[in-house]
Design a binder for this molecule. Sequence first.
Ligand code: ATP
Ligand code: MG
Length: 474
Amino acid sequence: MRRQDLNDYLRVRGRAIQSLFDTIEANSEGTVIVDRNLRIVWMNERYAKRFGLDSGEQAIGRVCEEVIPGSLLRRVVNSGEPILLDLLDTPQGPMVVMRLPIHGDGGEVIGAIGFALLDELNGLAPLVTRFSRMQNALDSARRSLEHARRAKYGFSHYVGNGPASLEVKRRARRAAGVEAAVLLLGETGTGKELLAHAIHGASSRAGGPFVSVNAAAIPASLLEAEFFGAVAGAYTGAERKGRCGKLKLAEGGTLFLDEIGDMPLELQAKLLRVLQEKEFEPLGSNQVIRCDIRIIAATSRDLEAAVANGEFRADLYYRLNVLPITLPPLRERLEDLPALCESILERLQQEGAPAVEIDQGALACLAAHRWPGNVRELGNILERAVLLSDAAVLDYRAVAEAMGQRVAKSTQPARMHARRIAVEPLAVARERFERDHIKEALNQCDGRVEQAARRLGIGRSTLYKKILRGESPG
Ligand SMILES: Nc1ncnc2c1ncn2[C@@H]1O[C@H](COP(=O)(O)OP(=O)(O)OP(=O)(O)O)[C@@H](O)[C@H]1O
Ligand SMILES: [Mg+2]
C-alpha cells in the first residue's frame, strides 16, 4: 500500500466514524453518554424529555439508572462488551436500543454510550405487534400442550367396587406413592391407560408432564428417535433441526410406555439403561443426557412368555416388574357391571345421548358375554343400545340386539385370546360352557330370568348370582 492510500484510508475511516456518530445521533430517539462511574456526562434533549426531565443538562452528573430505569450501561462499562440490539421499556413504550463501550487511549473502558434507535410510534409498533401476536400464539399452544400432558383421570374414574377392582386400586395407590417403575398388565380395554393417568395424577410428579409413547403404533425404524430424540441430520429424513424425544418431554414427570411388549429388542437395551443409569444419548449424538422421569409401562401381551421365547429381555422384564398390577378382565369382575353401566350411561348422557336406565334383564344379558374387548367393548355396546332403542329403559332385548350386531360384525378376537392355546383348564372350559348355556337360556326366554332359571333347573337367585358374580358352578 502506498503512503498516499494509507493516509486516505485513515482519513476516510475517521470520516466514517464521525458520520456514523452524527447519523445515529441525528436520527436516534435518544442518546446518552456515561463515564466510568456511570454518571451521565451528556444526554440529548429528546431523550431527557422522554424520562421526564426539562432538559439534557438536568441529567448531567446523575447516576444513569436514576434517570433511565432498567438501563444496562453499567453492564457495558463493567464488561467492556457492547449490547448491539436490545429492547428497553420506557414510560411511553418499548424502544430498540444499542449500547457501546467507550475506550480510552490505552484501551481501557472509560465510559459507555447508549442510542435509542426506534420507538413504538417510529417503526417499532408493527414489530412489537407481530412479536406479541407470535408470543400469544406460542403461549396458547403451550397451554393446550400442558393441558394435554396433565393426567386426564384419577382413581375415581376407575369404576368398580368388587374385590378385584378394590385390589387394583389399592396397588395403584401404593404405586403412586413411590418412584419405582410400574408394570400394568391386562387384556385390551381393561383400563391400563386410565390407571396410568391416575397413578401419575396421584404421584408427587403430578405437576410434571405425562407423556405417552406407544411402541406398537410407531414403526420400529422411527421409534428410537421418537424416544431419545435426534440431533440434526442424524438419519435420513430427519428434521433438519433435529428432534426432541419423548424422554426429554417427560422430564420431571411420567413416561407412559404403552404396548411395551411390542418394543424391538435393540430399543429394550437402551431403555434398560434409562431405567438403571437414568441417562441416554440422542440419536446421532455422543452426548450423554441425564434424565429424571418415572416410567409406567403397559402391555396386553404375556411378557413372561415373550421372555421365554426371546422376544423380550429378561433383565428389562425384571426391572419393570417391581410393581406389577394385573387388571382383571371384565368377565372376572362381573360384580362391577351395574356400576360400570351406570357410569357409562351417565357419560353418554353428558355427551348428548338420551337418559336411559338399564334393567336386570339387560344386565343378565351383559353378564353372559365373554367381553374380549372388556370395558371399551361394554362402552361401545351400551352406546349402540342407547342409539338403537327409544325406550327409557334398556331391557334384555335392546342389549341383545346391540350385541348381536356387534357379534355379527366382529371378526377379530382379542389378542390374548388369539394367543391362548387350544386346551384350557377344565374349570375355565366348564365356566365358559355354563356362561354360554345361561346366555342361550336367557335368549330363548327373552331375558326373563325367572323363566330361564326354571328351564335351567335352578333357583332365580342362584341364576342372578351366577350371571352377576360370574360364579363357577359349585
Ligand atoms: N375400570 C374402569 N372404569 C371406567 N372406565 C374404564 C375402566 N376400565 C376401562 N375403562 C374405559 O375403557 C376404555 C379403555 O380403557 P383403556 O384405554 O385404559 O384400556 P387399555 O387397557 O389401555 O386398552 P388397550 O390395551 O387396548 O390399550 C376407556 O374409555 C376407559 O375409560
Ligand atoms: Mg391402552
